[in-house]
Design a protein around this ligand. Sequence first.
Ligand code: FPP
Length: 250
Amino acid sequence: MNSKPASIPLTPPRIDRLPLPAHVAIIMDGNGRWAKKRSWRRIQGHEQGAETVRAIVRTSREAGIRVLTLYAFSTENWQRPEKEVKVLMHLLKKFLKGEEKELMENNIRLDAIGQIHRLPEDVIHVLDRVRHRTAANEGMRLNLALSYGARSEIVRMVRRLAEKVRNGKLAPEDIDETVLSDHLYTAGLPDPDVLIRTSGEMRISNFLLWQIAYSEIFVTDTLWPDFTKEEYLAILDAYQRRERRFGKTT
Ligand code: FPP
């Protein structure tokens, strides 16, 4: 049974000017380089990266972000050495177990997008439990992109639409942008207003290709384990100063 927690007092948001982004998406990159700079193992970079995840989730909630989507594991990441994949899965499980209480206390709903069935069974088990337990939380949605790839998400969406057309449940002329969006993993969520990528690479890396059509992009050279609450708030502040035109003139 899902019992709704009493809202706990949050520190007042530092970002008090509007508009606040409703949805922030982050490509968390640079764990390996962070470790390499210290002659440490890549694994230690991921461990530190998991700490940054905790801090950024908390800050997002405090700032009043409605949806936070984190690119935690891509479909391409399965090709990494088996040992590294194992560590990433272990960290994910540890994160889910360790954060369950805080997610409840802060009224955060956890969900996942991607080919979840490809994850190890024990991870799926914990993920399902946390998803279920936090399902009624409305303070913020935390989406973990796990075994996620935008192209495969689009293929899945097209197949689902084709199936509906074949079964006579959908007419081809009724397919529009909203129908497409409604058949993606992110159905029902606003598109990201802000896309952040750490560690300086100017790439999208198969992340939310459809959804980021009008996102404001921020790339920072900071490696993910070094990404701080202060830098995150500075990006949100910079977003508020940008003029979004959505293809129109001012
Ligand atoms: C990129 O670093 C990051 C990842 C492959 C995954 C992100 C994982 C975490 C932040 C830790 C665990 C996640 C959670 C949700 C607890 P990289 O290895 O590609 O870095 P590099 O480009 O410098 O090699």
